[in-house]
Design a protein around this ligand. Structure first.
Ligand code: NAP
Length: 288
């Protein structure tokens, strides 16, 4: 298939690579061109801009950062889009904005899915992401064979925006599970326990979680290199807070986690991974 892939960062690059490896022709574009060029050795064709990437592609993937970025990409690509193409936004952005973009492209005869993912950089590399999609169901069925190379599970969630709403629910659970894992580890360490043995002991039981299994060892090692930037989870929790305000739902845990990640950013960790939230606990407990 002729595919366009826009946004080749931590998530987008390994996802595009998976499609190249199964034989699709993939044209890539990224704002910082070096990150797109890095895929040329694997057979990707590097496009000069978003419009050049999408021209003639059957399916267009977008995997950029935030709502204004997706809007900017669609605006630049729009003159080159033709009826019958399918655009799939896999970034995590505002559900309301997705509904507006879907309606805008529908007028051109272009199908649009919001299909954000969960599973981190590890899931992107291994093709084990969880994909949650919103849009028209026949567009989802069209995308399904491609989703099978990217994720372990792709679920159709309903009309446009439903994929993003599901992802935001996911982020509430992720943020609080990370806090739970961080507090358990620091508590164990402060109590004189060997933290990696604690992970072994409790990880397979009721306390087990993706956050504990994947980020727990990094917290113990003080390895704050990013899989998922603090700045991006701060963006996600802002999107959750906006949607919660619209639907008047109380999320006290979410409010606390927004503060924790803001503190992590204030301590200089915005470009570190989300596990750097443990550094806030260290500061609160005055750990040296
Ligand atoms: P990232 O490494 O910052 O990648 C984003 C990429 O999009 C960058 O390469 C950036 O280019 C490019 N970009 C941004 N705006 C653009 C524009 N207007 N035009 C063209 N390219 C543009 O972030 P990521 O971790 O891959 O995250 C991407 C999305 O996936 C985010 O919405 C994030 O919330 C979501 N997500 C991330 C994870 C994770 O674990 N990392 C998991 C699930 C979902 P530059 O190089 O110029 O900045």
């Amino acid at each position: 298939m002729e595919i366009a892939w826009i946004g080749t960062g931590i998530m987008g690059a390994p996802m595009a690579l998976r499609l190249l490896r199964v034989g699709h022709r993939v044209r890539v574009f990224n704002r910082t061109p070096e990150k797109a060029r890095a895929l040329a050795n694997d057979g990707a064709i590097v496009a000069a801009d978003a419009a050049a990437a999408v021209a003639g592609a059957e399916v267009v993937f977008i995997m950029v950062s935030d709502t204004p970025d997706v809007e900017a990409v669609v605006t630049k690509a729009e003159p080159a889009l033709k009826a019958g193409q399918l655009v799939i936004d896999m970034s995590t952005i505002s559900p309301r904005a997705e509904r507006a973009l879907a309606a805008r492209l529908k007028r051109l005869g272009v199908d649009y899915l919001d299909a954000p993912v969960s599973g981190g950089d590890v899931g992107a590399k291994e093709g084990t992401l969880t994909i949650m999609a919103g849009g028209e169901e026949n567009a989802f069925e069209r995308a399904r064979p491609l989703f099978e190379h990217l994720g372990r599970r792709a679920t159709y969630m309903g009309a446009s925006g439903a994929g993003q709403m599901t992802k935001l629910a996911n982020q509430i659970a992720v943020a609080l599970a990370l806090e739970a894992a961080s507090e358990a580890i620091r508590f164990a360490q402060a109590g004189g326990l060997e933290p990696s043995r604690v992970l072994e002991a409790i990880g397979a039981g009721a306390a087990g979680s993706w956050q504990l299994a994947n980020l727990g060892p990094k917290i113990i090692a003080g390895d704050y290199r990013p899989g998922f930037f603090i700045k991006l989870i701060r963006k996600d929790l802002r999107l959750v807070a906006d949607a919660a305000r619209e639907s008047k739902v109380a999320l006290p845990g979410l409010a606390m986690m927004a503060s924790m990640f803001n503190s992590a950013a204030a301590l200089g960790h915005d470009l570190d991974g989300t596990q750097a939230v443990a550094a806030v606990l260290d500061r609160l407990a005055d750990v040296k």
